[in-house]
Design a protein around this ligand. Structure first.
Ligand code: ADP
Ligand code: MG
Length: 758
């Protein structure tokens, strides 16, 4: 039986080693082991910097023996061997009980690898009973029965370190880095029949080495240049596998043709354009034409429209909906929360004016109807809405996840617009698709700028377009960090600023991370439904509290109820103020929003419930309390709620974070730029890939081990081109069996989960 990538290690390495690998590192096949890449490389001549070691770390270090001291223990029978190793500056003590032979094995001057858990005793860092691997030695110095490494003979041992570069693996207490290296040595000698999944012409075109060569170079490099060549090639495997999966998905979607909804002259869209009080920006026109063209085709549109808050996405989406209505079909507009659904309803109705009230006495010719369908409608209103959707009377049905319910039927659903992609998954999109005979066109709107690399991987089955231009006449928004520990007086100035602004007709948002003091955990979790709309993004508490080390991390985050009380009795006593958060009944939320929009309120103390879509042109000041609790993108979103009219905005990021903390650096970055894409990069840099790909995904599970969404943009772009081309020619990869296997390996695995979590 030839060894394949799927061969179980049990048959190749011996049961004991295979068990340890499986249980401790989750490695059970040849492929798992080959993809267990070194965490770093030690150079044989270069000793590990001992100053970098921290108590409690499991380490593998390169060091040289400085002195050996052996004595009999007084209280207990036996010997204690104390071997001091050093890096030239610092020393570390290796302690062995009753292993007198260590003195001979670890003679002064020899160097090797030492692995164990760093402990401390009488102010001296030490490793107790470390595993030892002496360079150049052919004798293991340990009982062969207790060490799986003994399966390799002395010659092999010496060969392991023939090179200057020593791979150091993510090990565990049960298995040492060098044992893993030896297992790899055995496996690498047996996989020479494995077929390369990357077609040869592609490798030549992109300057990539073969797979077998890459495995050897990453696990047994002769030089660091070898490692680079190997990493490039192996990153391509990861990128191409994901891109082929996505390209296949795009092809599969295109197999079911959509019903074309071409432009009809002299219809609702033309009437709307004629009434529009402003001129479309160049960006809106270009994107609009692109969407219009796609709606007229047989290929179902699957487009992600991203654009800064206020860039005019809603108008673009509405024009697309009107084209579809002109073609005799309907559109569904899905919002993540009831507050937003209600607001979209009002926005759409006011943009449409007499064109949106078909059946009423002052409606215009061509008019349609816009209907709201959410979970909190009365039974009667709900029946009416359902009837309008099913009967086709409603050209546009605006709603929340309630639209996904089975009872909701459309006469002819031609387009689904989804506001704020990140709250809806692929499954939700699929449910909506299933509501019509032919797959409807789908347009996803997002104000969270998605870096290109993420768009091409996580959102890879959507085509993306970006609205970069902001309509003219938008006011400036200036942002500053208010560090309350260093500058307590600035906080009073912040409140004073809000009062001054209110006196001249401005309105303020005061945003807190939490609802109330009875709400200890904050609003974590929640998901896509209304109750979740206060939730902090999972990245918000990214920088581990210990790292920040500030007292701010210990007290509970600021809460809406407490803050409203404190401000109402104190600095903002003269203002008309209300609270808004996700736990209020839908009618209350809506009433508060409307009062704020009308100007019956000066200030609103709120959670991130206002993060998306809230549009009040007079809103001019925002104070974000405990701003360090929010993620970079989230702060940017929040800030997008002010400066939407002609009134200049002021955003104050209030924080107790220390000046040199990572949290503070994030806030300074937000204050420094309004460029959402720049901030999305900052955000990406402060997160691990796994977090981007889906909440519970570790980097390992995501299938991305080497590929970085931050640094490998060109690999991702190029592999997407290659994948698209390859799949177009050979959708089922019949001519590329090894690649097909690799793609199957990804999707079989839970790793593929993240593709569905978009
Ligand atoms: P987004 O949804 O991208 O945040 P909106 O579509 O809500 O942005 O637009 C924000 C505001 O700008 C709305 O009041 C909208 O009517 C207005 N607007 C949209 N396009 C233009 C334009 N081309 N010129 C002037 N105002 C515009
Ligand atoms: Mg909008």
């Amino acid at each position: 039986m030839p060894v394949t990538r799927d061969s179980p290690l049990r048959a190749l390495l011996g049961g004991k080693t295979a068990t340890v690998l499986a249980e401790q590192l989750g490695i059970s096949t040849v492929d798992d082991l080959l993809a267990h890449y070194p965490r770093r490389y030690a150079e044989r001549g270069e000793l590990t910097d001992l100053a970098s070691l921290r108590v409690g770390d499991e380490v593998t270090i390169v060091a040289q023996v400085r002195s050996v001291n052996q004595r009999r223990m007084r209280n207990r029978r036996g010997t204690l061997t104390d071997v001091v190793v050093g890096d030239g500056h610092r020393s570390l003590s290796l302690v062995f009980f009753n292993q007198p032979w260590r003195a001979k094995q670890l003679a002064v001057g020899v160097s090797g690898l030492f692995a164990g858990k760093i402990g401390i005793r009488v102010n001296q860092v030490q490793l107790t009973h470390p595993e030892c691997e002496i360079f150049g030695a052919s004798d293991t110095g340990v009982d062969p029965d207790s060490d799986p490494a003994a399966l390799v003979d002395g010659y092999e041992r010496a060969m392991t370190y023939a090179s200057q570069i020593i791979p150091v693996y993510p090990a565990s207490s049960g298995i040492q880095s060098w044992t893993i290296a030896r297992c790899l040595r055995l496996i690498l000698d047996q996989v020479d029949a494995v077929e390369d999944p990357l077609p040869e012409e592609m490798r030549e075109r992109r300057g990539l080495i073969g797979l077998l060569q890459a495995w050897r170079k990453i696990h047994q490099p002769q030089s660091l240049a070898d490692v680079e060549l190997a990493r490039l090639r192996l990153k391509w495997d990861e990128a191409l596998t994901v891109q082929v999966t996505l390209a296949q998905r795009r092809v599969a979607q295109a197999v079911n043709p959509a019903y074309p909804r071409p432009v009809r002259e002299g219809g609702l869209l033309d009437a709307f354009d004629a009434r529009l009080p402003f001129v479309l920006t160049a960006g809106q026109q270009i994107v609009g034409a692109e969407i219009s063209h796609e709606l007229g085709g047989h290929k179902p549109m699957n487009r992600l429209l991203q654009g800064e808050v206020g860039s005019g996405k809603t108008v673009v989406a509405l024009r697309a909906m009107l084209q579809v209505i002109d073609a005799g079909a309907q559109a569904a507009f899905l919002a993540p929360t009831e507050v937003l659904a209600a607001q979209h309803l009002r926005t759409l109705r006011s943009l449409l004016g007499p064109l949106g009230i078909a059946g009423e006495f002052d409606a215009e010719e061509h008019a349609t109807r816009v209907t709201l369908l959410t979970g909190s409608l009365s039974a009667r209103a709900r029946r009416a809405a359902l009837a309008e959707a099913a009967g086709g009377g409603a050209g546009i049905v605006v709603g929340t996840h309630a639209l996904l319910e089975e009872v909701v039927q459309f006469a002819d659903l031609g387009l689904v617009v989804i506001d704020e992609q990140h709250r809806f998954g692929v499954q939700q999109r699929d449910v909506l698709r299933a509501k019509s005979a032919a797959p409807p066109h789908v347009l996803v709107l997002t104000a969270t700028p998605i870096p290109r690399t993420v768009a091409m991987t996580v959102y890879g089955d959507l085509e993306t377009t970006t609205l970069t231009e902001i309509p003219a006449g938008r006011a400036e928004v200036s942002t500053s960090v208010v560090p309350t520990r260093e500058k307590p007086a600035w906080l009073d100035r912040a409140w004073a600023r809000i009062v001054e602004d209110a006196r001249t007709g401005g309105r303020a948002f005061i945003v807190c991370p939490r609802i109330g003091s009875d709400d200890p955990a904050g609003e974590a979790g929640g998901g896509m439904v209304d109750d979740g709309d206060d939730s902090l993004q999972p990245d918000s508490d990214d920088g581990a509290p210990g790292e920040e080390g500030s007292a701010a991390m210990k007290r509970a985050p600021m809460a809406v109820l407490d803050v409203a009380d404190m401000l109402g009795k104190g600095p903002l006593a003269e203002l008309r103020m209300a609270i808004l958060h996700g736990r209020l009944p839908a009618e209350d939320k809506d009433a508060t929003m409307q009062a704020f929009a009308r100007g019956d309120l000066d200030a609103m103390v709120t959670t991130t419930v206002i993060e998306v879509g809230v549009d009040v042109p007079e809103a001019s000041v925002m104070a974000i309390l405990d701003a360090d609790r929010f993620g970079v993108s989230q702060l940017h979103q929040l800030r997008g709620r002010i400066g939407r009219g002609s009134r200049p905005g002021v955003c104050m990021l209030i924080t107790e974070a220390a000046p040199d903390s990572a949290a503070r650096a994030r806030l300074e970055a937000v204050a420094a730029t309004r460029d959402g894409f720049e901030l999305a990069r900052v955000d990406l840099a402060s997160r691990r890939e796994g977090n981007i790909l889906g909440a519970a995904q570790s980097g390992r599970r995501s299938g991305l081990r080497l590929l970085s969404l931050l640094d490998d943009e060109s690999i991702i772009t190029q592999s997407r081109e290659e994948a698209t081309y390859l799949v177009a020619l050979d959708p089922d990869l019949i001519e590329h069996q090894a690649l097909a296997d690799q793609v199957a390996r990804l999707s079989e695995d839970e790793r593929a989960d993240y593709l569905d979590k978009a």
